[in-house]
Design a protein around this ligand. Sequence first.
Ligand code: FAD
Ligand code: DLZ
Ligand code: SF4
Length: 509
Amino acid sequence: MKPRLVLVLGDQLTPRIAAVRAADPARDVVVMAEVAGEATPVRHHPQKIALIFAAMRKHAARLEGSGWRVLYSRLDDSQNSQSLVGELLRRAAETGAQEVVATRPGEWRVIRDLETAPLPVSLLPDDRFLCSEADFARWAEGRSQLRLEHFYREMRRRTGLLMDGDKPAGGQWNYDAENRKPARPDMFRAAPLRFPPDPVTEEVLEMVEQRFSGHFGRLRPFGWATDPDQAEQALAHFLKHSLPRFGDEQDAMLAGDPTLSHALISPSLNLGLLDPMEVCRRAEAEWRAGRAPLNAVEGFIRQILGWREFIRGVWSLAGPGYSTRNALGHRRPLPPLYWGAETQMRCLSHVVAQTRDMAYAHHIQRLMVTGTFALIAGIDPAEVHDWYLSVYADALEWVEAPNTIGMSQFADGGMVGSKPYAASGAYINRMSDYCGGCAYDVTERAGPNACPFNPLYWDFLNRQRDRFAANPRMAPIYRNWDRMDEATRTAILDRARQVLSRLDAGEPV
Ligand code: FAD
Ligand code: DLZ
Ligand code: SF4
């Protein structure tokens, strides 16, 4: 019998991945390939490329250790065709294989490439998720709006996580009222566990240094977990030291502490080094053992069981055109400050610098600083999407696009969120310590010292009035705007025009 090729992509690094489970080590051959065709459609952060390649190399070694024959293409192999389909064809010619078994990728471009490849590829559902694509479609059918809270409750019931019989643990589904406090700078926090590069990772780092030094982002220090053992250590460290405060500090931002009580496990989850159900069970066990409060554990589990699964469902349901949606008609190019160019705005300069150095920013930094600014400044969502997809170590289309196009930019017209995450500087001032040292005055709405978020916020609302004024959650904001006197409104809009024309001229703001 001819062997089949078992394709394992760079984010499918668990031995339990569907294609490997469906194959036979006595007959079939695993194909893994580091290819420039995947590393450059957007110019990924060097840490992200290094993480994926190091984790792929270690996974290939593990598969070989458990009896698989693995044909592994290194990026610098002279025979490497530098595309996934090219490598499948090359390996088919080498082995005589005539068919490929693969697990459905999380990027529409890659799905299309495999579906149109000149050899038969069967794509199996990726069952690492707690809600299958088919189940999500069934849940969504007939609903006029997709809302996280409804989906999340169903997932709690379905999995039994944080349930006491048919009731939510503690009597409530959601403890957000106790969460989301501003951070106290003086509070002690444990830094997340980072890993000095081992020899496999170091070899990859040296290659990435040579090949991708032109991409935005610093490669070193590199500390990501690149195998399941390290990912498990990082998770255990988080559960012990940071989970108890996760709820309180979930939305806070501090200039001196880029990670606060966040877990930094998204790259491990997304690449397959950690299993989402196992992570949720372990968090629940911390609460049941009395080591972490319910508000923190529920808040954390909601991110994984709720948001992560919901976002994956939206990506699947929305289909291939989702990343190019632009419901608000935004056309402005992404300002150079997103790539590290000068800006006086301390919040943005800080989050972009952290992104450059770590390939990481936590959710509120992504949503309410870089995301909100792009939204209210009217930046083209396709450019915003490319930016988020390239700069974060955890970014894969299935999770990045609904968060960016949907949640952050409202470019899907409201599929993910019920209202846009537009905000003035007051939100950042309440939740962070950025504004204190900023060149701008967060309390001013007009004039040359006004924090740019303030006039841009009102300008955004003013120009999108037809769309949002009837939204019950936004109507009170429009009433505030209408109550301002004419001169104040004109001064605010003048200041917005000044900021936007500086952006349009490529000048620093
Ligand atoms: P924690 O705050 O410790 O949360 C724990 C886990 O919950 C995360 O590891 C993650 O797996 C999950 N989670 C939390 N929020 C979300 C969410 N909204 N969607 C999906 N999973 C969630 N996450 C990615 O994994 N990849 C992306 O490319 C990505 N792009 C984003 C783009 C924008 C504009 C925004 C607003 C959010 C994006 N997120 C993305 C979601 C979220 O910001 C990250 O999952 C989180 O910051 C990862 O850091 P952490 O592991 O420390 O998370
Ligand atoms: C993101 C990425 C990168 C940078 N490089 C590779 C690679 O060389 N080989 C590979 O198999 N996968 C890579 N990936 C991930 C894919 O591009 C794709 O985004 C995911 O498989 C989608 O789920
Ligand atoms: Fe950002 Fe405005 Fe605060 Fe400056 S004043 S840090 S620009 S929110």
